[in-house]
Ligand binder design. Structure first.
Ligand code: EPZ
Length: 423
């Protein structure tokens, strides 16, 4: 049986509590980083999502031994071999790009397909290659393959990124921790997921300073050992459920939501009239009777409003009384949801490649719609919560890449959301 759609019976206010899963974008690079260590790492609070399953496949294909327990996963990297990774796993997720830095660092060689991922923009890898080349790697591009090698290991370098890239910063870090000498990364991404990777590497014996700033200094060490790592809660999943409450009405306790990483998101929710109470153990959110528009909102790199919540806030803005304009500054192809929302009756228009305008409030009617990518798909589930009648969101496989069980989580908040099984 394969699940590929979600049915939402809309029009129910949310009420209740839900525990926020571990972060996908923190977990995947940490899993890749285990390749640089010799020994065992125990990673707890891993989200049970399809991208983590694929990363396990990739690591398994390299000779890592992976054991699962109720606490999480243990990855034993003592016997890593040079092998070609399974194409399907590489091509279906963007995080496989972390394998470049990790495998070159461990084995001196990598041969892989171009990484895949969501259809949200061109997603070039020039910055990843530039950083690794500066540290001594040589790449040869074949039709659909990347072949990379580094003779006698990486050496330290001065790397300056002209644009902030989470993935390129992570790859540069992975290469630098075992490099000979000192590496400086300027223009580094400050995202909490990059910080989590730094914490894991430091616990394994790496020397990194400037964590959380745009300048990272790394002194290469000879070897890294395994360690224990707890994956922090997913700020994007927490933000999705926060905007679900604003879209559907009601209130919710988002247990373990990482409030300290969500300041810009909480600020926007408050601007829309929500009551938000933050604590170390989670976030309480209550929708107002009359939702205010966001007016103008721009996505940006951390600590600004995350691009991964742009679709969710757009859906919530449909219920607000007034006009909102949202500008996407990170990815150029993130308005796939506008057409299906318009089909459901939303008064929303794409102004240009980067800007979308919403005239609220819109009354939505349940429809059968397609999800084309992860965050847009989750936002369509939110639209289903708002709509009158039944909505079917097809393409559940995209949502499963990042949400453990969105149907169960929203059901815990009182919504009527079901995954539909197909033969
Ligand atoms: C990470 O993608 C996340 N993915 C994305 O989350 C997230 O949207 C993004 O960071 C921004 O926060 C993972 O962590 C697995 P970038 P990443 O490199 O690293 C350009 C989700 O839904 N760029 O920071 O791929 C790029 O085109 C996903 O969970 C280059 O020009 O993003 C973009 O405009 C989707 N050249 C900008 O930089 C490069 O070599 C930022 O991208 C690399 C990137």
């Amino acid at each position: 049986m394969q699940i590929d759609s979600i049915r939402v019976d809309g029009g129910v206010c949310l009420q209740g509590k839900v525990k926020i899963q571990g972060s996908k974008n923190a977990c995947l690079p940490v899993m890749a980083a285990t390749l640089l260590t010799k020994g065992e790492s125990q990673i707890t609070n891993c989200p049970k999502i399809s991208d983590v399953f694929r990363m396990k496949q990739l690591l398994g294909s390299m000779g890592c031994i992976i054991r699962e327990s109720s606490k999480g996963i243990t990855i034993d990297t003592s016997r890593v071999q040079r092998k070609k990774m399974p194409s399907e796993a590489v091509q279906s997720m963007r995080s496989s790009i972390c394998m470049l830095g990790a495998l070159l660092g461990r084995t001196g060689e990598v041969y892989m397909e171009y990484p895949g991922g969501c259809v949200i923009g061109a997603r070039p890898i020039d910055m990843h290659l530039m950083a690794l080349e500066k540290m001594g790697a040589v790449f040869r591009m074949e039709e659909e393959m990347i072949y990379g090698s580094v003779e006698n290991g990486f050496h330290g370098a001065d790397i300056e990124f002209s644009k902030v890239s989470v993935g390129a910063t992570e790859n540069a870090l992975l290469a630098a921790v075992l490099a000979k000498g000192h590496t400086r990364i300027s223009g580094a991404a400050k995202e909490p997921e990059v910080q989590a990777l730094c914490r894991y590497l430091v616990n394994c014996g790496a020397q990194i300073s400037g964590i959380g700033s745009e300048r990272l200094e790394i002194e290469g060490v000879e070897t890294l050992h395994g360690c224990k790592m707890w994956i922090p809660a997913d700020r994007i999943v927490a933000g999705t459920y926060l905007f679900a409450v604003l879209a559907a009405g009601g209130s919710a306790w988002l247990e373990e939501a990482p409030c300290d990483q969500m300041e810009a998101v909480i600020e926007v929710a408050r601007r829309m009239g929500a009551v938000c109470q933050t604590g170390e153990d989670g976030l309480y959110v209550q929708a107002p009777e009359r939702l205010q528009p966001v007016r103008r909102l721009k996505t940006g790199v951390y600590p600004d409003f995350p691009t991964d919540l742009q679709s969710a806030v757009l859906v919530a803005a449909l219920r607000a009384e007034g006009v909102s304009e949202i500008e996407e500054t990170i990815f150029e192809n993130r308005f796939h949801i506008v057409e299906p929302l318009r089909d459901m009756g939303a008064n929303v228009k794409v102004l240009d490649e980067r800007r979308v305008k919403v005239w609220g409030p819109s009354v939505l009617t349940g429809k059968s719609v397609e999800a084309w990518e992860l965050r847009g798909g989750a936002a369509m589930v939110l639209a289903g919560l708002m709509a009158d009648g039944v909505s079917t969101i097809n393409g559940y496989r995209y949502i499963m890449r990042g949400y453990e069980n969105i149907a169960k989580d929203l059901t815990e908040l009182g919504a009527r959301v079901f995954s539909v099984r197909e033969a």
